[in-house]
Design a protein around this ligand. Sequence first.
Ligand SMILES: N[C@@H](CCC(=O)N[C@@H](CS)C(=O)NCC(=O)O)C(=O)O
Length: 216
Amino acid sequence: MTITITAFEHSPDGGKGLARDTRVRWALEEAGLPYAVRLVSFTAMKEAPHLALHPFGQIPTYEDGDLALFETGAIVFHIAQHHKGLLPDDADARARAITWLFAALNTVEPPILELATARILEGDKPWSTARLPLVEERVRSRLGQLSRRLGDADWLDGAFSAGDLMMVSVLLRVKAMLDAYPNLAAYVARGEARPAYKRAFAAQWAVNKPPVGALS
Ligand SMILES: N[C@@H](CCC(=O)N[C@@H](CS)C(=O)NCC(=O)O)C(=O)O
């Protein structure tokens, strides 16, 4: 049975790899699992067949035989639980890696998404100029805390884990802010240098790259 995930037919980021199928592709690549991709349009995402898989009409989803999942945290956790390479064997180390997976999604990603919303969707609102610095400060506060915890370590808790995979994925959205946090910039670069990440990025790029001539 082949694992099938869904991804945007045309990602709004034009191939930057920020759409959340990339983190699932990365986890699958780290685990050495082959997978198929079903591309969905924005229209199809809101229609009954896709809503049966994803109640909120989003991507990615994950299907393996009778199992259908949504939410990247749950999908990456599922992959990590059942395949070697993403979670340590030691029970306590495993629990700490899972903690980082949750921290990436519940504590670090929310202000980063809020910033994206403030910049992209609310940038034209009359109150945006006053609000944006507040939202940026919330992101900087989290980045500072994370930077202090990471220190000069390569990964958040010992060996690379699903927690790092998710944290790096989340930080990629604010790469431009990481100059002020050299250890986080290096951390993200280490993630991007992993062969599994490169394969995941290349796979989404093959789908989303701008048409020839569009970049010039
Ligand atoms: N919490 C969800 C978020 C999923 C999500 O926001 N997906 C985006 C693409 S990265 C999407 O489908 N956006 C289109 C929409 O919400 O209509 C997860 O981690 O899977």
